[in-house]
Design a protein around this ligand. Structure first.
Ligand SMILES: [Zn+2]
Length: 373
């Protein structure tokens, strides 16, 4: 069966103040005892109070790049507190962790049997507690995405993917991002940019997703600098939240080589490398690598971004990353040559490059890591 072109079946509440709708959304889902899933940074910022939920059960031990152990620990709280639903508050990590907890609530582990590379799509059933996603960053798109990235017990960062993992509601309230620090604004913004670029360039036929990706990309590149420089600019924050949402809505078209390079490095727990920052570093290299295989699409990207010549697109994104304070190399992120051992092989095992416009080999992975170092 070919994949449907449009499968955007969730309720998206997008507005300043949308978070106030949460109690009604829970009511509509007959959810009476949600587990709030978040991380220590979010609790420190005091954002949990914005949920207008009376102090219910909470799990806030989600790591950056969540692990299978995080999901198991969250599941224990979910069961001990007799919860019936989950509210994920935060960036991609709490949202992906909440999806994994919801899955384990009705599906026996271990979690890696549900990873797409292990044939897990068929094993994920719809009977799961509802998840309401409340993003506090503008980047991941996980609030409307079918995927959850989890570092498994064996150390591999793998994707769980199923339409049944799409949150039952996404509450996209840009006021929750007003205090996001410049560095995280920039890094998560580049995650959204890389989603739009990679899904647009994916060779799968999905014109609807392509239109959404181009719209998201234009919003992101035009508003990221303002969102980074003037964090309390609600217009810029709203535009970035839309860009992230659109990036997430195009996921079903498939990502590409950038994400296959970022995922294994994201599993290096001691380094805590930010996914969006890694994408920003890899983006120019992958565009140069892909260009011969998708000249028409590069030209279209150049038109949308008002860039005279598609050949300068890699430098265009590199300059944007520099302007918003992101590092240009893996070395600047603290990655060493030794950290790259086994990375090309892990990148080859990642599912994302299967929808890259140019076929990727192990040699290509090695060359890309070396070029980005
Ligand atoms: Zn991403």
């Amino acid at each position: 069966m070919p994949q449907p072109t449009i499968q955007y079946l969730t309720n998206i509440h997008l507005a300043a103040g949308a978070v106030d709708l949460l109690p009604d959304i829970l009511d509509d889902l007959s959810a009476q005892r949600p587990l709030i899933v978040t991380d220590p940074g979010i609790t420190e910022l005091g954002l949990v109070a914005r949920l207008s939920l009376p102090g219910g059960p909470m799990f806030d031990d989600v790591e950056t790049n969540p692990t299978e152990a995080n999901a198991r620990a969250g599941l224990d709280v979910f069961r001990n507190e007799e919860c019936d639903s989950l509210v994920a508050l935060g960036g991609g990590s709490p949202m992906d962790c909440a999806k994994a907890i919801a899955l384990l609530a009705t599906h026996d582990g271990p979690l890696d049997q549900f990873a797409i590379v292990n044939g897990g799509v068929e094993r994920i059933r719809p009977d799961k507690p509802p998840v309401i996603a409340v993003p506090t960053t503008a980047g991941t798109g996980s609030e409307v995405g079918r995927g959850a990235l989890v570092t498994m017990d064996n150390g591999e960062k793998l994707a769980l993917i199923s339409p049944h993992l799409i949150p039952q509601a996404a509450v996209c309230d840009p006021t929750l991002t007003l205090e996001l620090p410049p560095q995280l604004t920039a890094a998560t913004g580049f995650d959204a940019i890389s989603h739009c670029v990679e899904t647009f360039c994916s060779p799968k036929v999905n014109p609807t997703a392509e239109a959404i990706a181009l719209d998201g990309l234009a919003r992101a590149v035009h508003h990221l600098r303002t969102a980074v420089e003037t964090g309390d600019n609600l217009d810029a924050r709203t535009e970035m939240m839309i860009a992230a949402l659109h990036g997430g809505m195009t996921f079903q078209k498939g990502l590409g080589f950038i994400h296959s390079l970022s995922h294994p490095l994201g599993s290096l727990r001691a380094k805590r490398l930010h996914h969006g920052t890694l994408n920003a570093v890899f983006l120019p290299h992958v565009l140069r690598f892909n260009a011969p295989s998708c000249a028409d699409k590069m030209q279209r990207l150049a038109e949308v971004l008002d860039v005279a010549d598609a050949a300068v697109l890699p430098n265009y994104f590199q300059s944007l990353a520099e302007d918003v304070g992101l590092p240009a190399t893996l070395t600047a992120m603290g990655v060493t040559h030794d950290d790259l051992a086994g990375m090309p092989e892990a990148a080859m095992r990642d599912h994302c490059h299967r929808t890259n416009p140019r076929e990727v080999t192990l040699e290509d992975c090695k060359a890309a890591f070396d070029a980005a170092l």
